[in-house]
Write a protein that binds this ligand. Structure first.
Ligand SMILES: [Zn+2]
Ligand SMILES: [Zn+2]
Length: 302
């Protein structure tokens, strides 16, 4: 069985929070990894409401340094420092992130001996490559340095246990070789381990928040199982979205369609659509059927 990837939407609002939607924050949990994508104001309380321990965060990915995506960082750092966060917290963001983090530590008097940090400025390409997953980024268009990110769990060879059971093999020291895909002889029977294996495909989640419509978004989301994308505006708002460095519902859906994503989850809704997300949803669905609008605390497992 594949280890699950759990995505929790901690904040699905945009520049101004509402009672229903907090500022941007999305959490990915996979095995021991807890990766937070953006940390808007109030994200700590969203963690508490979702009953997730924020001191288990291993990495923070920052899309860009607008307040609705980053104001929660100082408070989160303070909590981690007070709780004796013992790992090294890795922070990734666009150009300028090192200076911004230094400013936060200075401004709020956060002792970096109590919170070990490693800050990396990233732009285009793979910047984390672990044994079973990787993370890549791509620059977006939003007026200031802004990144979109993809988190991918690599494809894996797995043993089909049902097929193995059917063979009713006696216990053998060669079993280890068999489940590695080698050909072995057990009880006089030649068995090809490769025939017992199957490939578990790659799983990919792409996260794009503030950006106007850009070909880079399509590239980053290529073949994603899930694309979470901003839809700040409705198509009825005309040119407003692009003028403000944002996307409307139809543009987000077009990216999902062109990228051949399997599912689109809309986030970063403007407060004017707070109570009528159906409007945004129905517009997007006309272009890309597999669309939903995320609500705060929605969870997705893949
Ligand atoms: Zn924003
Ligand atoms: Zn922004």
């Amino acid at each position: 069985m594949a280890e699950k990837i759990e995505v929790t939407f901690l904040g699905t609002g945009s520049a101004i929070p509402t009672a229903r939607r907090n500022h941007s924050a999305t959490l990915i949990q996979y095995k021991d990894e807890m990766i937070l994508f953006d940390c808007g104001e109030g994200t700590q309380r969203q963690f508490r409401k979702a009953k997730i321990n924020m001191c288990k965060i291993t990495k923070i990915l920052i899309s860009h340094w607008h307040a609705d995506h980053t104001l929660g960082i100082p408070g989160l750092f303070q909590t981690m420092a007070m709780n004796g966060y013992s790992k090294c917290l890795k922070v990734y963001g666009p150009r300028g992130s090192k200076e911004k983090i230094r400013e936060i530590l200075n401004l709020f008097g956060i002792d970096d001996r109590r919170l070990r940090l490693e800050v990396h400025e990233v732009s285009e390409g793979k910047f984390i490559d672990e044994k079973d997953f990787f993370v890549e980024s791509m620059p977006m268009e939003h007026g200031i340095p802004t990144n979109g990110y993809s988190f991918s769990v690599k494809e894996k060879n797995r043993l089909d246990r049902k097929k193995l059971e059917k063979l009713k093999l006696p216990n053998s020291p060669l079993m280890g070789d068999l489940i590695k895909g080698k050909t072995v002889k057990i009880d006089g029977k030649k068995i090809d381990g490769k025939k017992l294996m199957y490939v578990e495909p790659q799983r990919k989640i792409t996260m794009i928040v503030d950006s106007k419509y850009t070909p880079n978004a399509i590239k980053l989301a290529n073949d994603a199982d899930v694309l979470t994308c901003e839809a700040s505006f409705s198509e009825d708002d005309g040119e407003v979205a692009g003028d403000h460095g944002h996307m409307n519902s139809v543009e987000a859906a077009t990216i999902a369609k062109k990228a051949k994503a399997k599912k689109l989850i809309l986030v970063h809704l403007s407060q004017r659509y707070d109570m009528i997300p159906k409007k945004i949803l129905s517009e997007a669905k006309k272009v890309f059927k597999e669309t939903v609008v995320a609500e705060d605390f929605d969870k997705l497992v893949l």
